[in-house]
Structures are given as structure tokens and as C-alpha cells.
Design a protein around this ligand. Structure first.
Ligand SMILES: [Zn+2]
Ligand SMILES: [Zn+2]
Length: 454
């Protein structure tokens, strides 16, 4: 094994002995990540070790406050901490938006020593962006194994209805008490599994990026993600029963996937086109004033949708590509701007600004096609490593996860559009980009027709 994973006597999860020749700098995570039963009781001693001071702002929503926030507050108060509670009260789902971020920001006092967030994705991200901006340490108490973002350094947020990503930092202390996390509802468990399943696609796209664009692929991060996937799929029944062992496995799979972000400093190992589709659905539903589907559930469904496209490409004869058709498929700058505005609406401009590399020149497109043709066998191998889609479908079904876009409230129009424009969300290379650059988009996405009127 090119890395070691173990726990110390405090139930602190440690990754060490990373051995990789990929050429990247591999950071050893400096965060204290605790996983185990009943460990919320130790929260004061975990924080004491850091010596930050005694004043903190606790961020929770009404649900997570009841699940663990109130208890964390009482435990810290009893240990001599001064806890100021910032409970974000919402009718439905908490959106990590300007209102939530503003509330947390205004709850801070000049002598606040650290922020304590109690929750899963939205709460952690809301607290994370504020902690990073004001330079305060953060302690995160996880309340659900629903996504891999606890260890992330990126904050997916909503700003004026548009999904944005802001740099943040990983919380210095993460406490995953299995006794707390296993009480989260089954749909959150299924969501966490969905988020992990997407890593199959992320890994394949990363390897394709290495083949086409000489991207550096980190073997150890690839291995960490593979181990997380395999352990998860081997233990679906344990996870389904929400046993201590099953939930711990899921928590570890999510934390380990997320730790690749700390190790190499980017999210390449954990997110690709399947995440783009999930973000797109979420963003577009918000623009339409409709409830946004949950992150992990969306990633599970989108993974299932893109999988057959990958498997079909495995049999594509790249040497027989119609080069004229491929060249004709390249959009001019004007055409691309028009397409992006059509597909992404109010979010189009910022996406184009951040991804200038997606305005492709003909010579670059031809280079990529030639590279794909020359190394077709390697691409085929990457896809052949993916198991049959039935493996992930079976896991999703057993957990009662949503299987179709319809179950997520995503209609055909949105689905069809998302399959065509997910590749345009960011420059990061994907098989979907390659399919488009080779002039094969109409053939591969014939089941997802676009009815553009412009
Ligand atoms: Zn995710
Ligand atoms: Zn590496």
C-alpha cells in the first residue's frame, strides 16, 4: 500500500507513509480528525489541545442543534468555554447563501477564538467560508455521513441564486461521532454513498485528462479513492442496517476521499462531470424557484446516467473518426457564448470568465483528437477498469436511493440540457469533452435531444 491509515489512542484518524512518484507535492494532513462512538463527549479535550482560547461561536441549524449542537454547547460550557450560539433557523433546508454567511459573520465578536460548526454540508461550508475570511480556526462536528465535504477546502455556496465556489480551508478539528451520525435519516446515508460512487467517474476522467492533456495523475490519491469505493461496495448491507461498523465505514470512505483534497490541494480525485451535472441541476432548479435536489442523491443519479456513455466509448473505433465532422463541431467564440448563455443563463458569464481554456482553437482540438487516436488503447483500458454499472445500481437500489432524475424533480428538458452542457461547467478534462471534440456528441447523446429555439 502506498499509504497507511490508522487510528491513535484518541481515535484520531491518520494517513501516513504516503509513497507516490507522481511529482505532486503531497501534504500530510495536519487536521485532527476523530472518528468513533461517543467521542462528542471528548470535544473539550480535543479543543484544549490546540490552546486557541475559550470563546467560540457555535453555528448550527434548528435540526443539528437538537441532534448535537445543544450537547456540544453544554459540554464546552461545563469545561469552562464561553459559547455564543448562532442557530440558523429555517423552515426547510438551510441554503449556504449570503444570508447564512452574514448571520455567522455578525455573530463573531472581536475576541472570538474559534468557530464551532455542528452539521453536515451546508453548515460546514457556511462556517468554513467565514472562518477562512476572518482567519479563525474551525471545529466541525459532523451530523451526517451525507457528503465528502468535511475535509474540503472549497466552499460551494449560493450567491444571489447562483452556485459559486469560494476558497475556504479544512476545519482544524473534525469530530465524527458515530453515535450521532448513525441517527441521521436513511436518505442522508444513501446520499453519502451516492457521493462516493461518483468517484469512479472522477477517477476515469482524471486518467483521461492525463492521456489527452498530460495532467499529473496522483497514484496515491487514486488508490485512496479506489479503496474507499471498494470497502463501501463490499459493505452495503452493513451500511443499510446503519450498524456502527457500517456507518463508520461510510464516514471513513467520505473522509478519505475528502482527504485527497488536502493531500494534493485540488478536487480532481473526487469530482468531475457527474458533479457538474449535480451542480447544474441544483443551480437551475434554484433559478426556477424550485426545490434543489440533494447533493449526494444527485451525484448518484448522474453517475448512473453517464456510466453507459463511458462504457459505450470503450468500443469506439477512434481511428475511424470523421475528422471533417469533428472540425465542424467546434464552436466559434460567438457560438459558444450563445450556447453558454442558453445553457447556463445568469451563471454563464462567470463560468466563461473562470474557464477561458474552454474556448478551444482548431489546432488544439486537432491535437487532442490525434492524441486520443494515438492512445486509444489506454483510454479503453481506463474505461474497462470501471465495473459494470449494475454494481452501483444494485447498491443504490438496496439503500433506497433515488435512481432517476424524475425522482429528484429534474424534468426531461433540464436532464437533456445537463447531459450536453455539463462538460462546459469547467475546463477540467472529461470524457464528455473528448466526445464533443471528436464530433460524437449527437451520436452519444441522441437519447437526450435538445430542442433549442434560437
Ligand atoms: Zn460531492
Ligand atoms: Zn501522488
Amino acid at each position: 500500500m502506498p499509504y497507511k491509515m490508522h487510528y491513535d489512542s484518541d481515535k484520531r484518524l491518520i494517513i501516513s507513509d504516503i509513497s507516490c512518484q507522481c511529482g505532486c507535492v503531497h501534504n500530510s494532513p495536519s487536521q485532527d480528525i476523530y472518528v468513533g462512538n461517543g467521542i462528542l463527549d471528548n470535544i473539550a479535550s480535543y479543543i484544549d489541545k490546540r490552546g486557541w482560547g475559550k470563546k467560540c461561536v457555535l453555528v448550527a441549524d434548528n435540526i443539528t442543534y437538537d441532534v448535537a449542537g445543544g450537547r456540544a454547547s453544554a459540554l464546552l460550557t461545563a469545561a469552562g468555554y464561553n459559547v455564543s450560539e448562532c442557530v440558523l433557523k429555517r423552515e426547510g433546508r438551510l441554503e449556504p447563501d449570503e444570508t447564512a454567511v452574514g448571520e455567522v459573520f455578525l455573530a463573531l465578536m472581536p475576541d472570538t477564538a474559534f468557530i464551532l460548526s455542528v452539521g453536515s454540508g451546508s453548515i460546514t461550508d457556511t462556517a468554513r467560508v467565514v472562518a477562512s475570511k476572518v482567519g479563525l480556526p474551525q471545529v466541525c462536528v459532523g451530523t451526517a455521513a451525507s457528503m465528502d465535504g468535511y475535509t474540503s477546502s472549497i466552499c460551494p455556496l449560493t450567491y444571489r441564486g447562483v452556485k459559486i465556489h469560494r476558497p475556504g480551508k479544512c476545519p482544524e478539528i473534525i469530530v465524527c461521532d458515530i453515535d450521532v451520525i448513525k441517527t441521521a435519516p436513511m436518505n442522508m446515508v444513501a446520499s453519502g454513498v451516492g457521493d462516493v460512487l461518483g468517484k469512479y467517474i472522477a477517477k476515469a476522467d482524471w486518467k483521461i485528462g492525463r492521456i489527452i492533456n498530460d495532467e499529473v495523475y496522483c497514484d496515491v490519491c487514486g488508490e485512496i479513492v479506489t479503496d474507499a469505493l471498494e470497502r463501501l461496495l463490499d459493505n452495503i448491507d452493513e451500511i443499510k442496517s446503519r450498524s456502527d461498523a457500517g456507518i463508520k465505514l461510510l464516514v471513513e470512505a467520505l473522509l478519505l476521499s475528502g482527504m485527497t483534497i488536502m493531500i494534493i490541494g485540488h478536487t480532481r480525485a473526487v469530482a468531475s462531470v457527474e458533479h457538474n451535472i449535480a451542480h447544474y441541476w441544483e443551480m437551475m432548479q434554484m433559478f426556477r424557484g424550485r426545490p434543489a435536489p440533494g447533493h449526494g442523491a444527485s451525484v448518484g443519479v448522474s453517475t448512473r446516467l453517464v456510466w453507459p456513455v463511458f462504457k459505450r466509448f470503450e468500443g469506439e473505433k477512434l481511428s475511424k473518426i470523421n475528422l471533417d465532422a469533428a472540425r465542424k463541431s467546434l464552436m466559434s467564440r460567438e457560438e459558444r457564448v450563445k450556447w453558454m448563455n442558453y445553457a447556463y443563463g445568469p451563471a454563464a458569464q462567470s463560468i466563461m470568465d473562470e474557464n477561458e481554456g474552454d474556448f478551444l482553437s482548431l489546432s488544439e482540438q486537432e491535437r487532442r483528437i490525434a492524441r486520443a487516436q494515438a492512445r486509444a488503447e489506454e483510454i479503453r483500458q481506463v474505461i474497462a477498469e470501471m465495473p459494470p454499472v449494475s454494481l452501483i445500481e444494485d447498491a443504490m437500489r438496496r439503500l433506497g436511493a433515488p435512481m432517476t432524475p424524475e425522482e429528484l424533480g429534474v424534468d426531461d428538458n433540464l436532464l437533456n440540457l445537463s447531459m450536453h452542457c455539463a462538460k462546459d461547467y469547467r475546463t477540467r478534462y472529461t470524457l464528455f469533452k473528448l466526445i464533443s471534440e471528436m464530433g460524437l456528441e449527437d451520436k452519444y447523446l441522441a437519447d437526450y435531444p435538445l430542442n433549442r429555439r434560437d
